[in-house]
Design a protein around this ligand. Structure first.
Ligand code: FES
Length: 96
């Protein structure tokens, strides 16, 4: 079971992943990053425990550094599917 809480709120909150689907990030490959994210979450059984936001967050003005992914307010630049998997592995380490 994923354990996660935002500090200071005392309330369990789902981690939030925002994948920019603005035209620049989309053209630079964020569609593939969405697929990588979805397959990672499915493989770990985390689909219902993470809030994945697509499309609602169109261009954030960081197009030149895209594709952009934001995880819990932290912005990641130049994200491709391999980088996405690294980010997700860091945020959701495999429990041994
Ligand atoms: S399209 Fe993603 S930051 Fe502009």
């Amino acid at each position: 079971m994923l354990e996660y809480a935002k500090s200071g709120e005392g309330v369990m909150a789902k981690p939030k992943i925002t994948i920019c689907m603005g035209s620049s990030c989309f053209a630079r490959g964020n569609e593939k990053t969405v697929e990588a994210c979805e397959s990672f979450l499915a493989a770990r059984g985390l689909e219902d425990e993470v809030d994945v936001d697509l499309g609602a967050s169109l261009c954030t003005g960081n197009c030149a550094e895209g594709p952009i992914v934001v995880v819990d307010g932290k912005t990641y630049k130049h994200v491709d599917p391999l980088v996405m998997r690294d980010i997700l592995n860091a945020v959701f380490p495999e429990k041994g």
